[in-house]
Design a protein around this ligand. Sequence first.
Ligand SMILES: C[S@@+](CC[C@H](N)C(=O)[O-])C[C@H]1O[C@@H](n2cnc3c(N)ncnc32)[C@H](O)[C@@H]1O
Length: 216
Amino acid sequence: MPLQVSLLVDLSEKDRSRRHAVLCVFKVEYRVWNPFRSKIASAILGGIDNCHIVPGAKVLYLGAASGTTVSHVSDIVGPTGVVYAVEFSHRSGRDLVNLAKKRTNIVPIIEDARHPAKYRMLVSMVDVIFADVAQPDQSRIVALNAHSYLKVGGHFMISIKANCIDSTAEPAVVFAKEVKKLQEEKFRPAEQISLEPYERDHAVVVGSYRTVKKKA
Ligand SMILES: C[S@@+](CC[C@H](N)C(=O)[O-])C[C@H]1O[C@@H](n2cnc3c(N)ncnc32)[C@H](O)[C@@H]1O
């Protein structure tokens, strides 16, 4: 919902006899971020400590779809940050490309995230990888991308949909197995939260990459 905020600025310090008042009008846009449509929003409302997506961050976003959540990440990282948004569906990719025409900090990449070398010309080293591809091999996809593009000491955030990985096992068992796979790929998971009540049988795991454990 756009809101107009008025600010009165007095520029008349030099010549107090000739006062000039300047009215500056800023347009502030407030956007609704729906936790039922965005894993990052549901993780934040669920109380995640730190999603590491901050102003100025370079974010590699895997599973961008048509860009709903990407647009919010674009707002957060702001003009000094970048969102490299990877999506392999051409249909969703069309919306993503249109979104990037209006938001210059989004780089749309219509490729399969299983082949990060295909977008090596477009992506620089990033601070954060966020993944929401909902694929059985998602941990491997995140690892392939991290080994190519995530800075040492960078962070990852992955949304895990249990029944995409194993619909016969208990979600808690699936999440534990995925965490183990991530640990084997030099990730250090620091936090895991359930996305209930916004998403059923989903968890978000956040952590760091190639960091060494501090000695006590
Ligand atoms: C759950 S949706 C993502 C929703 C999106 N993150 C949002 O919040 O708006 C998963 C998306 O990942 C995409 N996807 C799945 N596998 C992929 C792959 N290997 N490479 C790129 N995109 C993939 C799908 O086409 C789909 O659009």
